[in-house]
Design a binder for this molecule. Structure first.
Ligand code: ADQ
Length: 479
């Protein structure tokens, strides 16, 4: 159980993210406790956070509630309060109905509302103040993701002594799209408050540098922006990854191996199991892949006796309109395909709208013959890497969208354009009929990539560069 202490001291290393890495749980006796939510970022930063005085600034997940900072398992946690209206306007509104669709190539229509922007400003300021309050003299602060793009500048104004890094987990869009944003200059200036701005891919960094030049008339040279106050900021790519060894180990435990066999038996031992795993999000191309599979069944290219598709979709952002619509559309599509082509005890698609423990995910990855990852646009896509890490048998094929950041690394996947349904169908069939030696050759290369470039390497590369970004740096932030 977590140990707690009141009011934490100041910290040398501070992470600022929309959410704290803990979830509140109510114990059987009614007392409230906090449990670390399992996520790649928390795992990656744990050694850094515990190796020195680490703190994490973020919302604790419940609106209209102000909590005092507390310590959980040696980690200082600084909860930032959000009102119900701020959750609607800053989080569901500006973050998830303006920035999220705009940054994902406009695959849904971004909405622009001035009140949402005002809330984004207010909440970013609150996060910056919380970070300024907990960071020790000369500390390193690492700000995460699209919800907090103004924090670097706001923090720099309050605390010029800090070394500030920023990492964007989602794509940074082409300038033509970004320029639609009425507050485009403010966002670029907000990010330029950081010493180092990290993107998933070099293309994102280049888009950003072009905007710094074009919108704010900054001097840039290579990946470096020279600011009027004499500072420099660098924009570079740091493709994120997973704790590959932890996934591999988990997949090898007797419980997971047995569970994988059970899932296969429950599906009726089909010859080919296709798998999709995503947050239920319109950027993930879930409809496209289900439609492709449905057509392959309807045309007789695949037989429901031999082939099954398992689609797991975690409920996500359920109060945002686009997500409600998407859920209905997928319900309808799956129902239609199963209704039209299924037989008793053999629905071609098993659709699960829920979240599962990591062990269950590892069992699913182990059961699958073909993992189908078809986002229309995705910063990276960790599911693809988790699948690869779990394949201790060196077998299994990955069908991967060329519009996922992961496609730049997992080049031996069956790369597809998810808008091209015929192409997607052809690639799914090619993967399903590939000889074992071919599948294993591809998987070997992908496993090498994922294991050599794991989450520790990602954090280490970013923090090493951040340390160099400030010539006055002394502290060792890499652990
Ligand atoms: P996401 O859009 O959430 O992340 P992704 O990278 O695939 O996408 O990560 C999803 C995570 O959720 C994975 O770890 C996966 O195992 C887990 N998950 C999915 N469905 C689940 C289920 N039903 N039950 C339990 N767990 C489930 C954003 C960006 C990505 C980027 C990451 C990290 O959109 O492009 O890769 O951040 O930077």
């Amino acid at each position: 159980m977590a140990r707690k202490a009141p009011q934490p001291e100041r910290a040398d290393f501070v992470v600022v993210a929309n959410r704290l890495p803990v979830d509140r749980v109510v114990l059987p006796d009614g007392t409230v406790d906090w449990r670390t939510s399992p996520g790649g970022l928390v795992t990656a930063l744990e050694p850094v956070m515990h190796g020195q005085d680490g703190a994490w600034v973020g919302w604790h997940g419940a609106p209209d509630e102000t909590l005092e900072p507390f310590t959980d398992d040696g980690l200082k946690l600084v909860p930032v309060p959000l009102s119900t209206q701020e959750v609607e306007e800053y989080y569901e509104g500006f973050s998830n109905a303006t920035l999220w669709p705009l940054y994902h190539d406009g695959v849904a229509f971004p909405e622009f509302h001035r009140e949402w922007w005002d809330a984004y400003l207010t909440v970013n300021r609150r996060f910056a103040e919380a970070a300024a309050g907990i960071a020790d003299d000369g500390a390193t602060v690492w700000v995460q993701d699209y919800q907090l793009q103004l924090v670097p500048q706001m923090l720099r104004e309050r605390r010029p002594d800090l070394r500030i890094g920023f990492f964007l987990h989602i794509p940074f869009p082409p300038t033509e799209l970004f320029l639609q944003l009425p507050w485009r200059r403010e966002i670029v200036a907000g990010l330029l408050g950081a010493d180092l701005i990290g993107f998933q891919l070099p293309g994102g960094a280049q888009n950003f540098l072009r905007l710094a030049r074009g919108q704010l008339r900054m001097d840039t040279k290579g990946d470096t922006v020279r600011l009027p106050d004499g500072r420099t900021a660098r924009a570079r790519a740091y493709p994120i990854s997973i704790d590959a060894r932890a996934f591999e180990e988990m997949a090898g435990t007797p419980e997971v191996v047995q569970r994988a066999e059970q899932i296969h038996a429950d599906l009726g031992h089909p010859k080919t199991v296709f798998l999709g795993v995503d947050r239920l999000d319109y950027t993930k191309g879930i409809k496209q892949r289900i439609r492709a599979f449905g057509e392959l069944i309807a045309e007789g290219a695949l037989d429901p006796e031999d082939a099954a598709f398992v689609q797991v979709a975690t409920p996500s952002r359920e109060r945002v309109e686009e997500y409600k619509l998407l859920r209905d559309e997928i319900d309808r599509l799956v129902g239609q395909i199963n209704g039209d082509t299924g037989r008793i005890g053999r629905p071609p698609i098993t659709y699960l709208h829920s979240s599962f423990p990591r062990e269950e995910m590892a069992a699913l990855y182990t059961t699958a013959d073909i993992m189908v990852v078809t986002p229309l646009r995705d910063g990276m896509n960790l599911v693809a890497k988790e699948f690869v890490a779990c394949r201790r048998d060196g077998d299994g094929a990955l069908v991967l969208s060329e519009f996922a950041g992961a496609a730049k690394e997992l080049k031996q996947a069956y790369l597809v354009n998810p808008y091209d349904i015929n192409g997607l169908k052809a690639s799914m069939m090619e993967a399903a009929s590939a000889p074992e030696a071919e599948r294993k050759r591809r998987m070997r290369a992908m496993r090498k990539q994922v294991f050599e470039n794991d989450i520790d390497r990602w954090a280490d590369r970013f923090l090493t560069d951040l340390k160099q970004a400030d010539p006055t740096a002394e502290a060792d932030q890499t652990g």
